[in-house]
Design a protein around this ligand. Structure first.
Ligand SMILES: Nc1ncnc2c1ncn2[C@@H]1O[C@H](COP(=O)(O)OP(=O)(O)OP(=O)(O)O)[C@@H](O)[C@H]1O
Length: 356
Protein backbone atom coordinates (compact mmCIF):
# COMPACT_ATOMS: atom_id res chain seq x y z
CA UNK A 1 0.00 0.00 0.00
CA UNK A 2 1.50 3.26 -1.12
CA UNK A 3 1.07 6.33 0.97
CA UNK A 4 2.10 9.66 -0.49
CA UNK A 5 1.88 12.59 1.87
CA UNK A 6 2.66 16.16 1.07
CA UNK A 7 0.57 18.17 3.49
CA UNK A 8 0.55 21.54 5.21
CA UNK A 9 -1.79 22.42 8.02
CA UNK A 10 -1.37 25.52 10.20
CA UNK A 11 -1.72 24.63 13.87
CA UNK A 12 -1.66 26.80 16.97
CA UNK A 13 2.11 26.84 17.54
CA UNK A 14 3.54 25.63 14.24
CA UNK A 15 2.56 24.39 10.82
CA UNK A 16 2.29 20.68 10.27
CA UNK A 17 4.46 20.03 7.22
CA UNK A 18 4.72 16.41 6.25
CA UNK A 19 6.41 15.35 3.08
CA UNK A 20 6.96 11.63 2.80
CA UNK A 21 6.26 8.40 0.97
CA UNK A 22 5.61 5.18 2.81
CA UNK A 23 5.06 1.72 1.45
CA UNK A 24 4.65 -0.47 4.52
CA UNK A 25 1.66 -2.40 5.67
CA UNK A 26 1.98 -0.93 9.14
CA UNK A 27 3.47 2.41 10.02
CA UNK A 28 4.13 3.62 13.56
CA UNK A 29 3.67 7.37 13.96
CA UNK A 30 5.76 8.61 16.84
CA UNK A 31 6.86 11.88 18.38
CA UNK A 32 6.55 13.90 21.55
CA UNK A 33 3.20 14.94 22.89
CA UNK A 34 1.92 17.80 20.74
CA UNK A 35 4.17 17.06 17.75
CA UNK A 36 1.20 16.70 15.38
CA UNK A 37 0.47 12.97 15.29
CA UNK A 38 -3.29 13.21 15.83
CA UNK A 39 -3.51 16.18 13.45
CA UNK A 40 -1.83 14.09 10.75
CA UNK A 41 -4.28 11.23 11.25
CA UNK A 42 -7.17 13.69 11.04
CA UNK A 43 -5.82 15.17 7.82
CA UNK A 44 -5.79 11.65 6.37
CA UNK A 45 -9.30 11.02 7.64
CA UNK A 46 -10.42 14.28 6.00
CA UNK A 47 -11.47 15.79 9.31
CA UNK A 48 -9.26 18.89 9.20
CA UNK A 49 -10.45 21.79 7.15
CA UNK A 50 -7.58 23.93 5.98
CA UNK A 51 -5.20 21.10 5.09
CA UNK A 52 -3.39 21.84 1.84
CA UNK A 53 -1.26 19.67 -0.39
CA UNK A 54 -1.70 16.13 -1.56
CA UNK A 55 -2.70 12.85 0.04
CA UNK A 56 -2.62 9.64 -1.96
CA UNK A 57 -3.49 6.25 -0.49
CA UNK A 58 -2.88 3.18 -2.61
CA UNK A 59 -2.93 5.26 -5.79
CA UNK A 60 -6.20 7.01 -4.88
CA UNK A 61 -6.02 10.77 -4.51
CA UNK A 62 -7.89 11.92 -1.40
CA UNK A 63 -6.63 15.46 -1.29
CA UNK A 64 -5.09 17.59 -3.98
CA UNK A 65 -5.60 21.23 -3.15
CA UNK A 66 -3.95 22.31 -6.43
CA UNK A 67 -6.85 20.81 -8.34
CA UNK A 68 -9.48 21.31 -5.61
CA UNK A 69 -9.83 17.61 -4.85
CA UNK A 70 -10.90 17.01 -1.25
CA UNK A 71 -12.72 13.71 -0.88
CA UNK A 72 -15.38 13.79 1.86
CA UNK A 73 -14.45 11.90 5.06
CA UNK A 74 -17.13 9.25 4.56
CA UNK A 75 -15.92 8.53 1.03
CA UNK A 76 -12.26 8.15 1.97
CA UNK A 77 -12.47 4.62 3.32
CA UNK A 78 -10.33 5.43 6.33
CA UNK A 79 -10.98 3.36 9.44
CA UNK A 80 -10.28 6.01 12.03
CA UNK A 81 -10.17 4.93 15.67
CA UNK A 82 -9.54 8.07 17.75
CA UNK A 83 -7.70 8.07 21.06
CA UNK A 84 -10.81 7.73 23.18
CA UNK A 85 -12.95 5.92 20.65
CA UNK A 86 -16.47 6.05 21.99
CA UNK A 87 -18.94 3.29 21.42
CA UNK A 88 -22.63 4.09 21.12
CA UNK A 89 -23.84 3.36 24.67
CA UNK A 90 -27.40 2.47 23.64
CA UNK A 91 -26.26 -0.12 21.09
CA UNK A 92 -24.91 -3.58 21.88
CA UNK A 93 -21.36 -4.50 20.96
CA UNK A 94 -22.69 -6.30 17.87
CA UNK A 95 -24.79 -3.31 16.79
CA UNK A 96 -21.78 -1.08 17.31
CA UNK A 97 -19.68 -3.26 15.03
CA UNK A 98 -22.38 -3.40 12.36
CA UNK A 99 -23.04 0.32 12.56
CA UNK A 100 -20.15 1.07 10.26
CA UNK A 101 -20.77 -1.89 7.97
CA UNK A 102 -20.40 -0.99 4.34
CA UNK A 103 -23.35 -1.91 2.17
CA UNK A 104 -22.83 -5.25 0.47
CA UNK A 105 -19.85 -5.97 2.66
CA UNK A 106 -21.50 -7.75 5.57
CA UNK A 107 -18.73 -10.33 5.45
CA UNK A 108 -16.25 -7.70 6.63
CA UNK A 109 -18.11 -7.29 9.91
CA UNK A 110 -18.29 -11.09 10.33
CA UNK A 111 -14.59 -11.37 9.66
CA UNK A 112 -13.83 -8.64 12.17
CA UNK A 113 -16.02 -10.33 14.79
CA UNK A 114 -14.22 -13.63 14.27
CA UNK A 115 -10.76 -12.09 14.13
CA UNK A 116 -11.22 -10.10 17.32
CA UNK A 117 -13.10 -12.94 19.04
CA UNK A 118 -16.13 -10.83 19.79
CA UNK A 119 -18.85 -13.47 19.41
CA UNK A 120 -19.36 -13.93 23.17
CA UNK A 121 -19.66 -10.16 23.66
CA UNK A 122 -22.07 -9.24 20.88
CA UNK A 123 -25.15 -8.89 23.08
CA UNK A 124 -23.47 -6.88 25.79
CA UNK A 125 -23.72 -3.10 26.11
CA UNK A 126 -20.54 -0.96 26.21
CA UNK A 127 -21.07 -0.07 29.88
CA UNK A 128 -20.53 -3.72 30.79
CA UNK A 129 -17.34 -4.18 28.76
CA UNK A 130 -13.77 -3.90 30.01
CA UNK A 131 -11.39 -1.34 28.50
CA UNK A 132 -9.69 -3.95 26.35
CA UNK A 133 -13.01 -5.36 25.14
CA UNK A 134 -14.21 -1.88 24.19
CA UNK A 135 -11.04 -1.35 22.21
CA UNK A 136 -11.62 -4.58 20.33
CA UNK A 137 -15.21 -3.53 19.52
CA UNK A 138 -14.01 -0.10 18.31
CA UNK A 139 -11.40 -1.80 16.16
CA UNK A 140 -13.97 -4.21 14.73
CA UNK A 141 -16.34 -1.33 13.99
CA UNK A 142 -13.56 0.35 11.99
CA UNK A 143 -12.72 -2.91 10.19
CA UNK A 144 -16.39 -3.49 9.31
CA UNK A 145 -16.30 -0.34 7.17
CA UNK A 146 -13.89 -2.22 4.89
CA UNK A 147 -11.26 0.50 5.16
CA UNK A 148 -8.40 0.98 2.74
CA UNK A 149 -6.32 2.13 5.70
CA UNK A 150 -6.77 1.95 9.46
CA UNK A 151 -5.83 5.05 11.45
CA UNK A 152 -5.28 4.07 15.06
CA UNK A 153 -4.53 6.75 17.63
CA UNK A 154 -2.80 5.15 20.60
CA UNK A 155 -5.12 2.16 20.71
CA UNK A 156 -3.43 0.72 23.77
CA UNK A 157 -2.69 3.90 25.70
CA UNK A 158 -5.65 3.73 28.05
CA UNK A 159 -5.06 0.09 28.94
CA UNK A 160 -3.01 -1.18 31.82
CA UNK A 161 -0.10 -3.47 31.17
CA UNK A 162 -2.03 -6.72 31.51
CA UNK A 163 -4.75 -5.54 29.14
CA UNK A 164 -2.20 -4.26 26.64
CA UNK A 165 -0.79 -7.74 26.49
CA UNK A 166 -4.21 -9.08 25.64
CA UNK A 167 -5.07 -6.50 22.97
CA UNK A 168 -1.71 -6.31 21.18
CA UNK A 169 -2.02 -9.80 19.67
CA UNK A 170 -5.35 -8.72 18.13
CA UNK A 171 -3.64 -5.81 16.44
CA UNK A 172 -1.08 -8.24 15.09
CA UNK A 173 -3.91 -10.38 13.74
CA UNK A 174 -5.44 -7.37 12.03
CA UNK A 175 -2.07 -6.69 10.45
CA UNK A 176 -1.22 -10.26 9.47
CA UNK A 177 -4.59 -11.94 8.88
CA UNK A 178 -7.00 -9.19 7.85
CA UNK A 179 -4.08 -7.56 6.04
CA UNK A 180 -5.52 -4.10 6.42
CA UNK A 181 -2.74 -1.50 6.29
CA UNK A 182 -2.49 0.66 9.38
CA UNK A 183 -1.05 3.91 10.63
CA UNK A 184 -0.59 3.52 14.32
CA UNK A 185 0.19 6.32 16.80
CA UNK A 186 2.10 5.18 19.87
CA UNK A 187 4.51 6.54 22.46
CA UNK A 188 5.98 3.14 23.19
CA UNK A 189 9.03 2.15 21.21
CA UNK A 190 8.48 -1.47 22.20
CA UNK A 191 4.96 -1.51 20.79
CA UNK A 192 6.13 0.18 17.63
CA UNK A 193 8.87 -2.40 17.18
CA UNK A 194 6.40 -5.26 17.49
CA UNK A 195 3.77 -3.78 15.22
CA UNK A 196 5.38 -1.59 12.63
CA UNK A 197 7.30 -2.27 9.46
CA UNK A 198 7.90 1.42 8.95
CA UNK A 199 7.94 4.43 11.20
CA UNK A 200 7.36 8.14 10.88
CA UNK A 201 8.90 10.33 13.51
CA UNK A 202 7.41 13.81 13.96
CA UNK A 203 9.02 16.75 15.71
CA UNK A 204 7.11 20.04 15.97
CA UNK A 205 5.03 19.15 12.93
CA UNK A 206 7.94 18.11 10.73
CA UNK A 207 9.25 14.72 9.71
CA UNK A 208 12.39 13.99 11.69
CA UNK A 209 12.78 10.52 10.20
CA UNK A 210 10.74 8.16 8.05
CA UNK A 211 11.44 4.73 6.66
CA UNK A 212 12.05 1.16 7.80
CA UNK A 213 11.12 0.75 11.47
CA UNK A 214 14.44 -0.90 12.26
CA UNK A 215 16.26 2.28 11.25
CA UNK A 216 13.87 4.97 12.41
CA UNK A 217 13.18 3.45 15.82
CA UNK A 218 16.86 3.43 16.71
CA UNK A 219 18.89 6.47 17.57
CA UNK A 220 16.58 9.19 16.27
CA UNK A 221 13.51 7.96 18.10
CA UNK A 222 15.38 7.33 21.31
CA UNK A 223 16.92 10.78 21.27
CA UNK A 224 13.62 12.46 20.55
CA UNK A 225 11.49 10.51 22.98
CA UNK A 226 14.10 10.39 25.73
CA UNK A 227 13.15 13.77 27.14
CA UNK A 228 9.64 12.45 27.65
CA UNK A 229 10.95 9.70 29.88
CA UNK A 230 9.25 7.13 27.73
CA UNK A 231 10.04 3.64 28.84
CA UNK A 232 11.95 1.61 26.33
CA UNK A 233 11.56 -2.09 25.99
CA UNK A 234 13.75 -4.73 24.43
CA UNK A 235 11.61 -6.92 22.21
CA UNK A 236 12.78 -10.46 21.68
CA UNK A 237 11.15 -12.80 19.24
CA UNK A 238 11.89 -16.47 18.94
CA UNK A 239 10.74 -20.04 19.37
CA UNK A 240 9.82 -21.60 22.69
CA UNK A 241 11.64 -24.66 23.95
CA UNK A 242 11.56 -26.74 27.12
CA UNK A 243 15.01 -28.09 27.88
CA UNK A 244 15.38 -31.24 29.92
CA UNK A 245 15.40 -30.34 33.57
CA UNK A 246 12.41 -28.03 33.20
CA UNK A 247 11.68 -24.39 32.57
CA UNK A 248 10.72 -22.48 29.45
CA UNK A 249 13.23 -20.88 27.16
CA UNK A 250 12.98 -18.57 24.15
CA UNK A 251 15.45 -19.30 21.38
CA UNK A 252 16.04 -15.89 19.81
CA UNK A 253 19.10 -16.55 17.70
CA UNK A 254 22.03 -18.90 17.47
CA UNK A 255 23.83 -18.19 20.73
CA UNK A 256 20.97 -16.29 22.38
CA UNK A 257 18.35 -17.99 24.50
CA UNK A 258 16.36 -16.44 27.29
CA UNK A 259 14.63 -18.10 30.23
CA UNK A 260 11.07 -16.79 30.41
CA UNK A 261 8.27 -17.34 32.94
CA UNK A 262 6.78 -20.77 32.50
CA UNK A 263 3.09 -21.19 31.78
CA UNK A 264 1.42 -24.51 31.04
CA UNK A 265 -0.53 -23.24 28.01
CA UNK A 266 2.65 -22.39 26.10
CA UNK A 267 3.76 -25.18 23.85
CA UNK A 268 7.18 -25.98 22.48
CA UNK A 269 7.90 -24.81 18.96
CA UNK A 270 5.50 -21.82 19.09
CA UNK A 271 6.75 -18.43 17.96
CA UNK A 272 6.56 -15.91 20.77
CA UNK A 273 7.62 -12.35 21.57
CA UNK A 274 8.69 -10.99 24.95
CA UNK A 275 9.38 -7.48 26.21
CA UNK A 276 12.12 -6.67 28.71
CA UNK A 277 12.21 -3.06 29.98
CA UNK A 278 15.63 -1.49 29.46
CA UNK A 279 15.81 -0.55 33.13
CA UNK A 280 15.40 -4.22 34.11
CA UNK A 281 18.64 -5.26 32.46
CA UNK A 282 21.74 -5.15 34.66
CA UNK A 283 25.10 -4.59 33.08
CA UNK A 284 28.30 -6.02 34.46
CA UNK A 285 31.87 -5.70 33.24
CA UNK A 286 32.87 -9.20 34.31
CA UNK A 287 31.29 -12.64 33.99
CA UNK A 288 28.58 -13.00 36.59
CA UNK A 289 28.25 -15.90 38.94
CA UNK A 290 26.18 -16.34 42.04
CA UNK A 291 23.47 -13.97 40.88
CA UNK A 292 19.79 -14.76 41.12
CA UNK A 293 19.06 -13.61 37.57
CA UNK A 294 18.78 -16.70 35.45
CA UNK A 295 19.79 -15.10 32.18
CA UNK A 296 23.38 -13.94 31.86
CA UNK A 297 24.28 -12.91 28.33
CA UNK A 298 27.65 -11.93 26.97
CA UNK A 299 27.75 -9.03 24.54
CA UNK A 300 29.57 -6.02 23.23
CA UNK A 301 28.67 -2.34 23.63
CA UNK A 302 28.11 -0.82 20.20
CA UNK A 303 26.80 2.64 21.10
CA UNK A 304 26.04 5.00 23.95
CA UNK A 305 23.16 7.40 23.53
CA UNK A 306 21.59 10.02 25.78
CA UNK A 307 18.39 8.79 27.39
CA UNK A 308 16.31 10.49 30.09
CA UNK A 309 18.02 13.32 32.00
CA UNK A 310 21.19 12.05 33.61
CA UNK A 311 20.84 8.63 32.05
CA UNK A 312 22.39 6.98 29.08
CA UNK A 313 21.27 4.09 26.95
CA UNK A 314 23.93 1.54 26.12
CA UNK A 315 23.23 -0.47 22.99
CA UNK A 316 24.69 -3.94 23.44
CA UNK A 317 25.02 -6.53 20.72
CA UNK A 318 24.32 -10.07 21.94
CA UNK A 319 24.71 -12.69 19.20
CA UNK A 320 23.60 -10.19 16.57
CA UNK A 321 20.60 -8.93 18.54
CA UNK A 322 20.66 -5.35 19.89
CA UNK A 323 19.73 -4.77 23.53
CA UNK A 324 19.20 -1.41 25.16
CA UNK A 325 20.30 -1.00 28.77
CA UNK A 326 19.70 2.11 30.88
CA UNK A 327 22.66 3.38 32.89
CA UNK A 328 23.20 6.50 34.92
CA UNK A 329 25.92 8.80 33.58
CA UNK A 330 27.85 8.05 36.80
CA UNK A 331 27.81 4.29 36.13
CA UNK A 332 28.97 4.85 32.57
CA UNK A 333 31.98 6.77 33.92
CA UNK A 334 32.74 4.49 36.86
CA UNK A 335 32.44 1.28 34.88
CA UNK A 336 34.27 2.71 31.91
CA UNK A 337 31.60 1.62 29.45
CA UNK A 338 32.34 2.63 25.87
CA UNK A 339 31.78 1.24 22.39
CA UNK A 340 33.78 -1.96 21.98
CA UNK A 341 33.61 -2.93 25.68
CA UNK A 342 32.73 -6.55 26.39
CA UNK A 343 29.92 -6.70 28.94
CA UNK A 344 27.54 -9.16 30.55
CA UNK A 345 23.81 -8.58 30.84
CA UNK A 346 21.73 -10.08 33.62
CA UNK A 347 18.00 -10.42 33.10
CA UNK A 348 15.60 -11.91 35.61
CA UNK A 349 13.13 -14.40 34.20
CA UNK A 350 10.29 -12.42 35.78
CA UNK A 351 11.31 -9.28 33.85
CA UNK A 352 10.39 -11.01 30.57
CA UNK A 353 6.80 -10.16 29.72
CA UNK A 354 5.05 -12.09 27.00
CA UNK A 355 3.55 -10.09 24.14
CA UNK A 356 2.32 -12.97 22.02
N1 LIG B 1 -7.75 22.10 15.61
C1 LIG B 1 -6.56 22.62 15.93
N2 LIG B 1 -6.25 23.89 15.54
C2 LIG B 1 -5.07 24.45 15.86
N3 LIG B 1 -4.10 23.81 16.57
C3 LIG B 1 -4.36 22.56 16.97
C4 LIG B 1 -5.60 21.90 16.68
N4 LIG B 1 -5.54 20.67 17.23
C5 LIG B 1 -4.36 20.56 17.83
N5 LIG B 1 -3.63 21.69 17.70
C6 LIG B 1 -2.28 21.96 18.19
O1 LIG B 1 -1.38 21.32 17.30
C7 LIG B 1 -0.33 20.69 17.98
C8 LIG B 1 -0.31 19.20 17.65
O2 LIG B 1 -1.43 18.56 18.24
P1 LIG B 1 -1.73 17.02 18.02
O3 LIG B 1 -2.94 16.68 18.82
O4 LIG B 1 -1.75 16.73 16.57
O5 LIG B 1 -0.43 16.37 18.67
P2 LIG B 1 -0.08 14.86 19.09
O6 LIG B 1 1.29 14.63 18.60
O7 LIG B 1 -1.15 13.96 18.62
O8 LIG B 1 -0.08 14.94 20.67
P3 LIG B 1 -0.40 13.81 21.81
O9 LIG B 1 0.73 12.83 21.72
O10 LIG B 1 -0.38 14.63 23.06
O11 LIG B 1 -1.73 13.23 21.48
C9 LIG B 1 -0.54 21.01 19.45
O12 LIG B 1 0.27 22.12 19.78
C10 LIG B 1 -2.02 21.34 19.54
O13 LIG B 1 -2.24 22.27 20.57
Amino acid sequence: MNLVLSVRLPLARFTLEVETRLAGASVAVMGRSGSGKTSLLEVLAGLRRGARGRVEVGGRVLLDSASSVDVAPEARRMGYVPQDALLFPHLTAGQNVRFGERKGRASRADEAIALLELAPLLHRYPATLSGGEKQRVALARALATDPALLLLDEPLAALDVALKERVLPYLLRVRDEAKVPMLYVTHQLGEARVLAHEALLLDEGRVRAAGPASEVLGTAARGLLASEGEGEENILEGTLERPEGGGLRLRVAEGLTLWVPDAPELSVGTRAAYAVPSEDVLLSMGPLSGVSARNVLMGMVTKLEPATSGEEAAVVDVAGVSWVVRLTAASVRELGVSPGTRVYLAVKTAACRRLR
